[in-house]
Design a protein around this ligand. Structure first.
Ligand SMILES: Cc1cc2nc3c(=O)[nH]c(=O)nc-3n(C[C@H](O)[C@H](O)[C@H](O)COP(=O)(O)O)c2cc1C
Length: 355
């Protein structure tokens, strides 16, 4: 079968356009669309499953289960258009305290036969101050059409010993625009970043960000913001146990599982370094979501992400204990209408508005 996108549009784009150029073109087009709010509202009307109650997750309400994973809208340029494609939330970023160009190109590679991507972008982004200005200009401090997650990471120039201050700086600049903040300690493309998942660094980082949130809430007289931790799929279960203990100790509100993998499953033959996403990641993300859900007796809110290409993939993650799901690579391979399709198929799980 396959859609027109899969049969015609994607093959033409893949054959004629370098992966990063195609990404750039998509972001530019989406940024233009996001400014056409009337058109976005019309598209949203057609994309949205109607008559369902919101999904509750970590104390927030989401119109459906499906979100856009971090990394596509790194600089918060098109999040307003998310609902037009059926997304129930968008996570922007990763944003770092300092603006940075990322790794040298080429740094983004497609593997259509595996429905996979390898990337070593390296947190190319405008920096927290500029992204905060973009979000303010787009009105994100006042009205957000769907919940907005802001994903923050460590600047490459900042040594691990000063990582806490770097994250807190980004948190303080960006929290006003976010419904939740995700702490990214799991990208494989910033040297040593994943060490922040270990017990030598993680407790200090989580404690400092919770303190920053508390101070902000006291100062502004507002509610505190849910903080989630995004983890790697390459952790062992004992390592995950240690992380879960820190999450419990500091009252972190949820976990995003998972980021890309440095493993190369299913014989994917590539010499490119970087994080692998898409189809080959699906089994491992599911396994990790399952593990976390059991280990926390279903009490820790989990966003399941990794290798979702259709409604069954998403449903399996929800069945394993995820409360929401996110997509990145599936959107590239299956096309713009995938989130709306999945949201519609999962809508029966949301209770209807009938009493
Ligand atoms: C090109 C690319 C860039 C990414 N950049 C980020 C990022 O900046 N921050 C982050 O937390 N995750 C990033 N990710 C990881 C995704 O958010 C997601 O966790 C991962 O790709 C697994 O989901 P998928 O299989 O649906 O793509 C990136 C993924 C890709 C493919």
């Amino acid at each position: 079968m396959g859609t027109i996108y899969e049969k015609i549009v994607r093959p033409v784009i893949f054959a004629t356009t370098d992966a990063e150029d195609a990404h750039h073109n998509a972001v530019q087009s989406l940024a233009i669309l996001s400014k056409a709010s009337a058109l976005c509202r019309i598209m949203e009307h057609f994309a949205k499953p109607s008559g369902t109650r919101p999904v509750e997750f970590a104390g927030l309400k989401f119109p459906n289960y499906v979100g856009l994973a971090a990394g596509m809208d790194k600089n918060a340029q098109f999040w307003r258009a998310g609902a037009a494609f059926g997304f129930g939330h968008v996570e922007v970023g990763t944003i770092t305290a300092h603006a940075q160009p990322g790794n040298p190109k080429p740094r983004l590679f497609r593997y259509p036969e595996y429905e996979a991507i390898i990337n070593r972008m390296g947190f190319n982004n405008f920096g927290a101050e500029v992204v905060a200005a973009i979000l303010r200009k787009a009105g994100a401090h006042a009205i957000r059409p769907i919940p907005l997650g802001v994903n923050i990471g460590k600047s490459k120039v900042t040594p691990l010993e000063h990582a806490v201050g770097d994250y807190v700086q980004s948190f303080n600049l960006l929290a006003d625009f976010a419904d939740y903040v995700t702490i990214n300690v799991s990208s494989p493309n910033t040297p040593d970043l994943r060490k922040l998942q270990g017990s030598a660094y993680l407790p200090d980082l989580l404690g400092a960000l919770k303190d920053a949130d508390k101070s902000r809430a006291e100062k502004l007289g507002t509610k505190s913001i849910p903080i989630f931790l995004k983890i790697a799929p390459d952790l062992t279960f004992p390592e995950i146990d240690t992380i879960l203990a820190s999450i419990a100790e500091f009252g972190i509100n949820g976990i995003v599982a998972t980021n890309t993998t440095i493993a190369r499953p299913f014989g994917l033959a590539s010499n490119e370094t970087g994080g692998l996403s898409g189809r080959p990641l699906r089994a491992r993300s599911l396994e990790i979501v399952n593990y976390i859900s059991r280990a926390t007796a279903g009490k820790l809110p989990i966003i399941g992400v990794g290798g979702i290409f259709d409604s069954s993939d998403a449903a399996r993650l929800l069945d394993a204990g995820a409360g929401l799901v996110q997509i990145y690579t599936g959107w590239v391979y299956r096309g713009p209408f995938l989130p709306a399709e999945i949201a519609r198929d999962l809508a029966p799980r949301q209770r209807p508005w009938i009493s």
